[in-house]
Design a protein around this ligand. Sequence first.
Ligand SMILES: Nc1nc2c(c(=O)[nH]1)N[C@H]1C(S)=C(S)[C@@H](COP(=O)(O)OP(=O)(O)OC[C@H]3O[C@@H](n4cnc5c(N)ncnc54)[C@H](O)[C@@H]3O)O[C@H]1N2
Ligand code: MOO
Length: 397
Amino acid sequence: MSELLPFEEALDAIENMQSVQVNEETIELKSALGRIVSQDIVADAFVPPNDNSAMDGYALRFSDWSPGKVLKISQRVPAGCAPTPLEEGTCARIFTGANIPEGADTVVMQEETKRHEDGVSFLDSLQAGGNIRPKGQDIQRGQVIVKKGTKISPMHIGLLSSLGMTSLSAFSRLNVGILTTGDELIAPGNTLAEGQIFNSNGPMLEALVTQAGYCVSQHLHAKDSPEETETAISTLLACSDVILSSGGVSVGEEDHVKAILEKMGDVHLWKIAIKPGKPLVHATLGTTPFLGLPGNPSSTLVTYHWFARRLLARCAGQENIFDLSYPVDAGFSRTKTIKRDEFLRVSISEDGLAYAHPQQSSGALMAACESQGYLHIKAHTSIEYGCSYAFYPFSGF
Ligand SMILES: Nc1nc2c(c(=O)[nH]1)N[C@H]1C(S)=C(S)[C@@H](COP(=O)(O)OP(=O)(O)OC[C@H]3O[C@@H](n4cnc5c(N)ncnc54)[C@H](O)[C@@H]3O)O[C@H]1N2
Ligand code: MOO
């Protein structure tokens, strides 16, 4: 076990080695969801562009007010129209979002006013400057509002639209090649012969890559032969920015991926102190990064989430990759410790405690489907009931 690379070291090594693998292009904002910004976006205007009313009510000069005093309504200002300067000693009927007339400095919501035949009077206590949303409250002109390397969310689309933007510079979509390996595997939709199982990692990896906003350049399957493995990798190299594979990275005679990577390029690391996912291999073929994930389905998932996801994000140009986690108390104990960092598939129960799914085998995928996230148990650490451990919800990945 001593040759296993500690989890954090492997994470740093893989992440820090990668550089952006794609070009940049101009894209339409309306189709920018999930794309990665390639240049800082600087606001060319203020949002909101003018002081405006936060309420339906009346705009006045605070100095014109005194308790019970009736002010004549000199103009009506709905949102979307240009008000005239406010006459001295009067107020303006105003609506939410409407620009504040020049001279007015306070808005009073209509529930706090009294209508009279000849105007409006206000509460006995008024707050000067109340209910006005100042120009630039949200965005100041010249401000960097979205940083290079940011992944565009629906909120960013809203923010950029508030500036009137319709396009932006983004990194080109990353093309990810997927290789699955194994004589025993056949594609879903066929009939299983004895000894065969369906290829489930391939479709899962395609879904994970698609969920992250990248393109699957091609998904190939290779039998457990060095020749087929090499041919498939060469084909993927021609159409991919990055390649992910599943299976064939352990020590068996039928595991050829690592040997072929050594032949075709440089292997940087192999075997990491994590469970599940130990025999992960990281290589570069020319300039193309390659991550060989172990074939057990939960090992594939865990190594995708922790390593491939970050590597792909880096290659796609994303910066500040952040994993949402918070401490959760364990609802169970385990005195046995292991030498690997472990990612238990757990659910948070109504009592607020984390419970491990009973089936943690790396060959079983149901645990991930029936759980809410990972509880990270560091190497050489026992689990004590009521003690907290880092919980990473799947929704954060
Ligand atoms: N002597 C040792 N044997 C193994 C070790 C070890 O240290 N010494 N490590 C074990 C660990 S841990 C893992 S994880 C696996 C990983 O092995 P491979 O990456 O070489 O994967 P395969 O042997 O090709 O497959 C493992 C398992 O997963 C199934 N599989 C593979 N691909 C798919 C797929 N696309 N869809 C569904 N299922 C798949 C495959 O049938 C095997 O059952 O090695 C251990 N062995
Ligand atoms: O690392 Mo393996 O995934 O323990 O089964």
